[in-house]
Design a protein around this ligand. Structure first.
Ligand code: ATP
Length: 267
């Protein structure tokens, strides 16, 4: 089953093996979420009571969504994906109802991970400019999160490019309390990501080495994937049975690093 249709709960088929690099983040998710879902008694015995919600943050295309899906798959938990802007772009009152409905659906399919993509859009910092409608959404989400107990079997993972734009009350323990940075890959990480991306495909095993060169400087995981897609088209154009290094080098020339200047993400 796949979780392509937004709002519907199912166990994703993404695994840790599909993800390259990001070892520390995977390890943290394994401890904070996967094992907590699988061994609730042990966590209770250790007195780990704060319900743990996680916020994945960093530049676009670096793996936040795929990490959340793999976390659900590894936990054998259902996965509900909600997009912050989608929920917010509703009629007055409908957004709060949509938030409550998401948690209701999660309760009927535990264990369940709710993934809030672009959380900053849903719960922006409460300041003077925040509309009344928007602050009602913040309050509704806070109430739902605070209502979760350690035994509820519901976990939340948020994603954002800009945690500084999120209402600070959301980032306390028991809410989205654990911040994990998902950064742009360096040469070694690009090699690892390409190795994950070419798994089980007719692609020259030397291709990941291209990732370690400056040809791919600044490329995110999403850019590396786009590069392989482009290379696949080049290989098909020349009637090849597989993707060779020359196809990938040619493809790299038309791919632009999409994450832009990442210095704005480093705090
Ligand atoms: P956004 O902020 O734009 O939502 P994101 O951080 O959620 O981006 P993903 O949607 O997880 O990024 O990544 C886009 C695609 O890029 C993934 O589906 C996957 O194919 C590829 N990708 C990104 N990072 C990795 C990685 N570390 N290993 C393998 N594939 C990756």
């Amino acid at each position: 089953p796949s979780s392509k249709r937004e709002g519907f709960a199912s166990v994703p088929d993404t695994t840790w093996e599909d993800i390259g690099a990001l070892k520390d983040v995977r390890k943290a998710l394994q401890t904070s979420v996967v094992r907590a879902i699988q061994e609730p008694e042990r966590y209770a015995r250790f007195g780990i009571e704060n319900h743990m919600g996680v916020l994945l943050w960093g530049p676009p295309g670096c793996g936040k969504t795929i990490l959340a899906k793999a976390t659900a798959a590894e936990s054998q938990a259902n996965f509900i994906s909600v997009s912050g802007p989608d929920i917010l772009n509703k009629y007055v009152g409908e957004s709060e109802r949509a938030v409550r409905q998401v948690f209701m659906r999660a309760r009927s399919s535990v264990p369940c991970i709710i993934f809030f993509d672009e959380l900053d859009a849903l719960v922006p910092r409460r300041n003077d400019s925040l509309s009344e409608a928007s602050s009602r959404v913040v309050n509704t989400l806070l109430a739902e999160l605070d209502g979760l107990s350690d035994r509820s079997g519901i976990y939340v993972i948020g994603a954002t490019n800009r945690p500084d734009l999120i209402e600070a009350a959301m980032l306390r323990p028991g809410r989205f309390g654990k911040l994990l940075y998902v950064g742009l890959p360096g040469p070694v990480e690009r090699h690892e990501i390409l190795s994950a991306l070419i798994r089980d495909k007719p692609i020259d095993p030397y291709v990941p080495e291209i990732g370690a060169t400056e040809t791919c400087d600044g490329f995110s995981g999403a850019d590396l994937r786009a590069m392989l897609t482009e290379a696949g088209q080049i290989a098909i154009d020349r009637d090849s049975d597989g993707i060779e290094c020359c196809d990938v080098r040619q493809a790299a020339k038309v791919i632009r690093a999409s994450a832009g200047d990442v210095s704005e993400y480093e705090t």
